[in-house]
Ligand binder design. Sequence first.
Ligand SMILES: C[C@](O)(CO)[C@H](O)COP(=O)(O)OP(=O)(O)OC[C@H]1O[C@@H](n2ccc(N)nc2=O)[C@H](O)[C@@H]1O
Ligand SMILES: Nc1ncnc2c1ncn2[C@@H]1O[C@H](COP(=O)(O)OP(=O)(O)OP(=O)(O)O)[C@@H](O)[C@H]1O
Length: 337
Amino acid sequence: MKVRTSPPAKLNLFLEIPAKREDGFHEIDTVMTAIDLCDELSVESIEEPVVELSAHWLPSLETIASELAIDPQSAEAKQLLAIPEDGRNLVVAALQAFRKRFQIESGFRVELGKRIPAGAGMGGASSDAAHAISCAAQIHQFSSDHDGLHEIAASIGSDVPFFLPLPPVSQIASASTNGETTRRPRACHASGRGEILQPVDMRTDLFFVVGYPPASLATKDVYGRLRVPAEPISSKGFLASLRANSLEDLTSLMINRLSEPALEIRPELSELLESLWKSGLQPCQLTGSGSACFGIARDAEFAQTALKQLRANQSVPALWRATRSVAAAATIEIDPS
Ligand SMILES: C[C@](O)(CO)[C@H](O)COP(=O)(O)OP(=O)(O)OC[C@H]1O[C@@H](n2ccc(N)nc2=O)[C@H](O)[C@@H]1O
Ligand SMILES: Nc1ncnc2c1ncn2[C@@H]1O[C@H](COP(=O)(O)OP(=O)(O)OP(=O)(O)O)[C@@H](O)[C@H]1O
C-alpha cells in the first residue's frame, strides 16, 4: 500500500521561554500556525525490514539555489541545501521508531520532495516526521488516536507532536469544552517542551509573506545563547487578540524570545526583517529559532503585492513565499498506483 500527504511548515506567532528545565530543555509558551508552504511525502510498505528514503528539492535544487543567489555546486549550497537520506533524517528516525514500537517486521520506502527550507525555524523536518508517522499508522490500520503516535512524535523532536491530529478532547491538557476545540486546528498553543497542545480558535485565515535567507540556524545554538527573562510575558493577551481577529493588537503583542540570540549569531537577519517591514507587512518577526522571518498581511492580495516588491529587491536575496494559515495535521490520500 502507498499513501501520500503534504507536510506543511509552521510559524511561531508568539514565542516566550519562561524557564530552563533540569533536563536541559526549556519550557515554552508559544502559539503556532501551520501554513500552506508544504513538502510532498509518499510512503509505501515494503517487505524488506528497512526504511529507504530518497529526497530532492522542488521544483529543483538549481531553482532554489538561484532564488537564494548561490551557486548550486558551491560548498555553501551543499551545506545549506543538503537533505540527509539516512537516520539523520527525522522521517527515517520516526519510521524506525514506529516499526520498533509496534514490532513491525516490514519496512517503508519513502519519497520526500522538499519545499520547506531546513534550519529555518519552520519545523519542516518535524512536519515530515509527524506526517510519516500518520502515513505509517494509515498503512498499518492504527487509529489516528493511538496513544503511541504522540509518544513516538515527542521522542523525535519537540515540534513534532504539533503536526499530528490532536488527541481526543478528554486527553488534551485543560482543553476548552465550548465547541471551539477541533482535532485539526490551524493554530495551537504549545507548552511544556512543545508537546502539550491546545487548539486555538482562529476566526479567519491569516496571510503571511515568509522570507528565508541563504543562512540556516541550528536550534540548539540559538537556545544555547538565550538569557531566560526574569519576568516572562504570558501568551494570554496575544491569544485573546487572535481569537478576536484584532490585527492591530497583534502588532504590539507579538514576541519571539529567540530573536535576540538568533540575531546575535546572524546579525544580517535584521536586513530581512527591515525589508518585510518596509513592504508594509506589520507585524513581522523571526519564526522559531530562525533563520526565516515573516510578516502578516491584511489579506491575500496585499501579501501578493508585498511579495512582488520583496522579490524585486535584489539586495536582500531570500526564498520569499506568500502563504496562509492551514491545518497542521495530515490529510492522507491512498495512491492507486
Ligand atoms: C524553537 C521551536 O521551533 C519553537 O516551536 C522549538 O522549541 C524547537 O523544537 P525542535 O526543533 O523540535 O527542537 P528539538 O529537536 O526537540 O531540540 C533541539 C535542541 O533545542 C533545544 N530545545 C528545544 C526545545 C525546547 N523546548 N527547549 C530546548 O532547549 C535543546 O537544546 C535541544 O537539544
Ligand atoms: N526531513 C528533513 N528535511 C530536511 N532536513 C532534515 C530532515 N530531517 C532532518 N533534517 C536535518 O535537520 C536539520 C534541521 O532541520 P529542521 O527543518 O528541523 O530545522 P528547523 O527549520 O529549524 O525546524 P525546527 O523549527 O523544528 O527546529 C537540517 O539541517 C537537516 O540536516
